[in-house]
Design a protein around this ligand. Structure first.
Ligand code: NAD
Length: 541
């Protein structure tokens, strides 16, 4: 350890690159896309720093060209999951004793590798494997993940610096211990940055991790693991076990050493994990920390004073970027009837311009949805709306080559219609045009319609209406936007997470989240302990 008090560099947000025609980053990314598409990656488990090939393989394909195989990944069996628990336990002894600055240096180095030499690789894997456009990949797998890896060490240092009061006679200290046991990180398909953050945030705080990535995003997850190794992450700190989610989870959640779960994904899956942990509670050595960010049914509510063009752009971008597969995507919209015809026409005009197709064509705005299951589920909502609501624009679907669903705008006169209430997780926006005089009722409706409370926006140019919406929707969204779309949170600027059915709201990329991965020990040292058990008042007068 150095004799000095180290200071983590003050983080700044990574700027998004523009990928304009003729730019060097565009040429580099195009070359990486072509090279990656011509390979079939062989993706092992990585446990205790060793590659393990189980021979039971699944294919990673391009959602926009689903016959194109990008890689084959080996699936973990029960014995591998047990090995991962053992490897995490072994690595814990050493890793948990490292000072923060050494652990932080690994992730700060990972951030720098991702800004430069690894950027094109991780972006290309996210574009090909998860069907993100270049811009959607850049803001996620490059900029956001770089931000997580730069800001989290800074926040960790702030946590460590938070110390109790001491007197002259006694020195009080808080030691922010890593948890005892391993953390299970379960990551979703839709954000490579979340896949990178969920295992590394607990690891930064001194924990060791077993990481199960989503089956539909194994390619980008694998490249992240290799990047972390290149940054100097010691073997066994993060163990990579793609596999059947039910089988893998059953073993991990059954282990007495489970210290925490860091989850992002669907609400019912997280509820299942919570239930299983509840059933097993008496077997664990500690109460496992359960951190889960889950589903959303995110709203835009417009006041009659809203700017029509700003509102239309927010619906188009907030609803359809990344095919609506963002937990924060705008998916239910409330517009006053007097504004609706103009808003509708502007949104429809934008939707007609949106190019759908292969994301390697940089003119594409909308890629494919992630897989056949998602295609069928989203299609079910579109078909239902054909019968029971009105499809204003879109509704087309084709899956011969890729899983393509056109951006779709549904209008309904029933604010309780299923597409206004349930998470669809696709390029589908539902609109209810409310009577102009019913602003107060509409705010109550927005608050009560869905069990989720992740993101939401109000559009208005009237400050009193903004105040009113901000108060009425206090618990309806963990990330609330005024005259902005409900997507696009930036690390360090809009800490992200929702309450109610949307999760435990532990705000990824903030101190709030990192605090969940430590267990504080209070240490009191008395410099001159009393030498007599009696107190002064006990002396007879
Ligand atoms: P998902 O729930 O299907 O999968 C998430 C992870 O859980 C994957 O690793 C998956 O393999 C695993 N999993 C699936 N079934 C499981 C089971 N029975 N037991 C244990 N693990 C299981 O979600 P997804 O399709 O990858 O992602 C979409 C969902 O994630 C949406 O509901 C979205 O709203 C949510 N999401 C939320 C946030 C947020 O910050 N609130 C961010 C991104 C995504």
């Amino acid at each position: 350890m150095l004799a000095g008090v180290p200071r983590i560099p003050t983080p700044v947000n990574e700027p998004n690159r523009a990928y304009l025609p003729g730019s060097p980053e565009r040429a580099e990314l195009k070359a990486r896309l072509a090279a990656m598409a011509s390979e079939t990656a062989d993706i092992p488990l990585v446990i205790g720093g060793c590659d393990i090939r189980t021979g039971r393989v699944e294919r990673a394909v391009m959602p926009h060209d689903h016959r194109h195989v990008l890689g084959e990944w080996h699936q973990a069996d029960a014995q591998h999951v047990q090995q991962a628990i053992a490897a995490a336990a072994q690595a814990h002894r050493e890793w948990a004793s490292w000072p923060l600055e050494d652990r932080a240096a690994v992730f700060l180095r990972a951030a720098e590798l991702l800004t430069g030499p690894w950027r094109a690789t991780v972006n290309a894997a996210t574009m090909l494997g998860q069907s993100k456009t270049v811009f959607q990949a850049e803001i996620d797998s490059a900029s956001e993940l770089i931000d997580f890896w730069r800001f989290n060490p800074y926040y960790a240092q702030e946590i460590y610096a938070d110390q109790p009061l001491s007197t002259h006679g006694a020195w009080n200290q808080l030691e922010y211990r890593p948890l005892e046991g391993f953390v299970y990180a379960v990551t979703p398909f839709n954000f490579t940055s979340i896949a990178g953050n969920l295992p590394t945030a607990p690891a930064l705080m001194g924990n060791t991790v077993v990481w199960k990535p989503a089956a539909s995003a194994v390619l980008s997850a694998y490249y992240l693991l290799r990047l972390l190794e290149a940054a100097g992450l010691p073997p066994g700190v993060i163990n990579f076990v793609p596999g059947d989610p039910v089988q893998v989870s059953a073993i991990l959640l059954d282990s007495p050493d489970l210290a925490g779960v860091h989850f992002t994904g669907g609400t019912t899956v997280f509820q299942g994990i919570w239930k299983k942990v509840g059933e097993t509670i008496a077997r664990y050595k500690n109460y496992p920390r359960l951190v889960g960010e889950t589903g959303g049914k995110d709203f835009i509510v417009a006041h009659v004073s809203a700017d029509v063009q700003e509102l239309a752009v927010a619906i188009a971008r907030g609803g359809f970027e990344y095919q609506g597969q963002k937990c924060s995507a705008a998916s239910r919209v409330y517009v006053p009837r007097s504004l609706w015809p103009e808003v509708r026409d502007r949104v429809v005009a934008m939707m007609r311009e949106m190019r759908m197709g292969d994301v390697r064509d940089f003119r594409t705005f909308v890629g494919a949805v992630i897989d056949r299951k998602a295609f069928a589920k989203i299609g079910g909502y579109v078909e239902h709306a054909r019968q029971h609501a009105s499809i204003v624009q879109g509704g087309g679907m084709r899956d011969e080559e890729g899983y393509f669903i056109e951006p779709t705008l549904i209008e309904t006169d029933d604010p309780g219609y299923r597409s206004m209430c349930e998470e669809i997780f696709g390029p589908v926006v539902s609109v209810y045009a409310y009577p102009d005089g019913k602003w107060d009722d509409t705010l109550r409706l927005v608050d009560a319609t869905s069990p989720y409370a992740l993101t939401g926006s109000v559009f208005s140019r009237d400050r009193a209406a903004i105040r009113q919406a901000t108060a009425a929707l206090r618990h309806a969204a963990g990330n609330f936007y005024i005259n902005d779309k409900p997507t696009g949170a930036v690390v360090g600027q809009q800490p992200f997470g929702g309450a109610r059915g949307s999760g435990t709201n532990d705000k990824a990329g903030s101190r709030i989240n990192l605090l969940r991965w430590v267990s504080a020990r209070t240490i009191k040292e008395t410099f001159a302990p009393p030498r007599d058990y009696k107190y002064g008042y006990m002396v007879e007068e």
